[in-house]
Design a protein around this ligand. Structure first.
Ligand code: KG4
Ligand code: ZN
Length: 342
């Protein structure tokens, strides 16, 4: 049995976890920086980096203490090496390098998006490659065909905003604070999803890409009109987003070839209304639906440690660089403008 220490620091959660090859999360701690960033209505990179630098080392010590082990008992140290806010990524990666060097254990540099991508396999031992993945977070909105560890084909991406970003901006328009996704979901429960006429950008377009910028602007115009209450705005926004996801993902599934399951991951995957919609979509395509528990969807270190387990045997050099950008599928074409590939 193998045990990996995972470190996550690419955005505004400082997280440390120990995960073993039997899929047990042996110990984990997550420190959110919501309070630090809330006054600014979004994540401030400099504040995030400073908070990671303060919190990480004591958290690593605490997690090893929780599991009652020492660094010598782990088989590898895995850390997010990108993509993300570079200051934070550097704090986590440099800490992992120091731990790996001091304990003479392999360093495994993990792509944060791969952490999300493989996290469903930590939660569900029966999930096999290849699977179709909707990866929806604050910074990313992609549909991938996942054929194996490191084998990712991007079928679709967003031409403007990510889905989580659209939730966060809608929350801002409705003065719901930060982070906005869970607040929009909660308010939407009290509203009418068809009360506000909103656009479904790229609906039924030939390529399966996403667009959410126009939807967000339409929410702003509807709010400014003074005609609608906030709960109806939240519910109608969420419904429009779900309709877009259903349409775009349905198109991708038709183009993807055989897969074992429809899987959702990333922070937005903790949204219950989206999960319910995806469950129906999967059933319509005769596929099982797999979604990790919400705590594994939002940023965490268990998914980074698990990606380390999946990559055991790999050993990255101590001079490996932190990467602000790191696409999962480097061969995917850049997409610019409304469905026009550049
Ligand atoms: O994966 P994640 O924790 O961090 C990134 O890598 O971006 O995703 C965070 C995003 C934020 O945009 C947040 O508003 C969104 O996920 N989110 C949600 C919900 N919970 C988190 N969006 C909609 N409904 C939710 N319940
Ligand atoms: Zn993430």
């Amino acid at each position: 049995m193998a045990l990996v220490l995972g470190i996550e620091s690419s955005c505004d959660e400082t997280a440390v976890a120990l995960v073993d090859s039997d899929r047990r999360i042996v110990a984990q701690r997550i420190a959110s920086q919501n309070e630090e960033h809330a006054p600014y209505g979004g994540v401030v990179p400099e504040i995030a980096a400073r908070a990671h630098a303060e919190k990480l080392a004591p958290m690593i010590k605490a997690v090893l203490g929780d599991a009652n082990i020492s660094l010598n008992d782990v088989d590898a140290v895995a850390a997010t090496a990108g993509p993300g806010l570079i200051g934070g990524v550097m704090v986590g990666l440099i800490s992992a390098k120091a731990l790996a060097m001091a304990s003479d254990k392999p360093l495994i540099a993990i792509n944060h998006l791969e952490g999300h991508t493989l996290s469903p396999r930590l939660a569900d031992a029966s999930l096999e490659f290849p699977y179709a993945l909707l990866l929806v977070s604050g910074g990313h909105c992609q549909i991938l065909r996942v054929d194996g560890v490191g084998q990712y084909s991007r079928m679709a991406t967003t031409i403007d905003d990510a889905l989580g970003e659209a939730f966060d901006k809608t929350a801002k328009i409705l003065s719901l604070g930060f982070p906005g996704g869970p607040a929009v979901e909660e308010l939407a429960r009290k509203g009418d999803p068809i009360a506000v006429p909103l656009p479904r950008p790229l609906f039924r377009s030939a390529e399966p890409h996403f667009s959410f910028a126009g939807l967000k602007s339409a929410v702003l115009r509807a709010k400014d009109s003074g005609q609608y209450n906030d709960a109806d705005l939240a519910a109608s926004f969420q419904q429009a987003a779900i309709d877009c996801v259903n349409d775009r993902l349905g198109k991708s599934l038709d183009q993807m070839g055989d897969v074992s399951a429809l899987v959702v991951a990333g922070g937005v995957a903790s949204n219950k209304a989206i999960r319910t919609a995806l469950e129906s979509l999967a059933a319509n395509h005769s596929l099982p639906f797999v979604a990790p528990p919400p705590a594994l969807c939002t940023d965490n270190a268990a998914m980074i440690a698990w990606a380390g387990i999946e990559r055991l045997g790999q050993s990255d050099p101590l001079d490996i660089a932190a990467r602000p950008r790191w696409p999962l599928d480097p061969d995917a074409e850049t997409v610019r403008g409304a469905g026009v590939k550049a």
